[in-house]
Design a binder for this molecule. Structure first.
Ligand code: AMP
Length: 397
């Protein structure tokens, strides 16, 4: 990966520093229910403020349709951020124009100001030059600490990075370094685990991975499509039968690239998609017509764990089974424990990411054991698909 500029390259003293952050936190009844994203941006804010910079925070919140609306205002988040930061956070009711300019002009070195939801302006998502100019006017430098929004070329994530000297914040830097260690310049052999519901949502991802990794474990509902493509009866399992040819093409591509595909060799089945539904382990030659495969079986787990043991690097997206329903979380939890123990012992670089995967790793209790967990959903997947992320590209030195 070409180098990108970081806070090490920025002398913020006396400067107005626009910092793009991810404050798109879950809220219920006006309360933040998970402050992970807030906590992740604190190091960057503190570092710039402590070095005498004026920290001007840019963020989006929700998906406002028609300009400003109270439900999508960032105002309540300013108070929560202030509590976590342990210092005052001022708020301006617009992110461009007179209101924002006045608030910025009133700042002293080391102050922190949060600007209102960038998506209250339609031009934000269109990367409209008028919005880009309005934002650029407010700052002397730009820092992007929102990897999770970096797959979008919006005014605040990409456009403004071309108008001001641009740098990666500490959280963005950590994310880029972890991802680079997993797929950019990884220690070989590299294994990927891809699970989840459907093949159709992960075609680009599988296509990219077979050229990058030495072994690819396919689990979850999507494995059923691959099994069906090999002539195995998967009964009533989730299966995209119309993608059988695509599955065969992916396997041929993997073969040509010398990437070993590891599919389940047995299955835990049930007759209802429900927690604690009566379940049994079956060999793949005997899946009953009215059964659903809801998890990989014990021999598959052994095989997957043995493959993980042989790897130096693991990258993981998607659960191996319907992990939200016990006991169909068994495969995912067993592989997560194994990867977590190896990573903790320094024997494996293990990076996991994507919405459901974060929940699965938390469920398995290995979030602190893995080398890195990316909480970015779409951006993590696009990165796994090998796509250039506009917000990251704009930071390259
Ligand atoms: P994804 O968002 O594509 O990573 O898919 C995650 C979802 O896939 C989770 O909600 C799992 O419950 C579901 N899933 C995983 N394995 C299976 C399976 N064998 N049958 C049905 N759903 C599954």
């Amino acid at each position: 990966m070409a180098a990108f500029r970081t806070l090490d390259d920025l002398q913020p003293k006396g400067k107005r520093v626009l910092v793009r952050v991810d404050l798109n936190v879950p809220m219920e009844n006006g309360k933040v229910t998970d402050a992970t994203r807030i906590d992740r941006i604190l190091p960057t804010i503190r570092e710039i403020a402590d070095k005498g910079g004026k920290v001007i925070l840019l963020a989006h919140f929700g998906r406002p349709k028609n300009g400003p609306d109270e439900a999508n205002s960032l105002k309540p988040i300013a108070a929560v951020l202030s509590q976590h930061l342990g210092r005052p956070v001022a708020f301006a009711a617009d992110c461009i124009g007179g209101t924002a300019e006045k608030a910025v002009a009133a700042m002293k070195d080391g102050d922190v100001l949060l600007l209102e939801n960038t998506r209250f302006h339609k031009g934000e998502e269109k990367n409209d030059p008028a919005i880009v100019d309005g934002l650029a006017k407010l700052g002397d430098a730009y820092v992007n600490d929102a990897f999770s929004a970096a797959h979008r070329a919006h005014a605040s994530t990409e456009g403004v990075a071309h108008k001001l000297p641009a740098y990666a914040g500490r959280t963005m830097q950590a994310e880029l370094e972890a991802l680079d260690a997993a797929l950019g310049k990884p220690k070989k052999p590299v294994i990927a685990i891809v699970g989840g519901a459907k093949v159709s949502t992960k075609l680009d991802l599988l296509g990219n991975l077979v050229n990058k990794v030495d072994a690819l474990v396919i689990g979850g509902g999507m494995a059923n499509t691959f099994l069906h493509a090999q002539g195995i009866n998967v009964g009533k399992s989730l299966c995209e039968k119309d993608l059988a040819n695509t599955a065969r093409e992916i396997m041929a591509k993997a073969d040509a690239a010398r990437c070993a595909i590891i599919l389940p060799v047995d299955a835990t089945i049930a007759y209802h998609f429900a927690a604690n539904a009566p379940n049994q382990v079956y060999g793949l030659d005997a899946i009953p017509d009215d059964a659903m495969i809801l998890d990989v079986g014990p021999r598959s787990i052994e095989r997957i764990n043995a493959a993980i043991s042989e790897a130096s690097t693991l990258v993981w997206n998607g659960p191996l089974g319907a992990f939200e329903l016990t006991p169909f979380d068994k495969g995912t939890v067993a592989a997560a424990h194994h990867a977590g123990a190896l990573a903790k012992a320094g024997k494996l670089i293990a990076v996991a990411g994507g919405g459901d995967t974060v929940a699965a790793m938390n469920h398995a209790g290995v979030a602190d054991d893995l080398t890195y967990i990316s909480t970015a959903g779409g951006a993590f997947l696009e990165w796994m698909e090998g796509k250039a992320l506009p917000g990251v590209e704009a930071l390259r030195a």
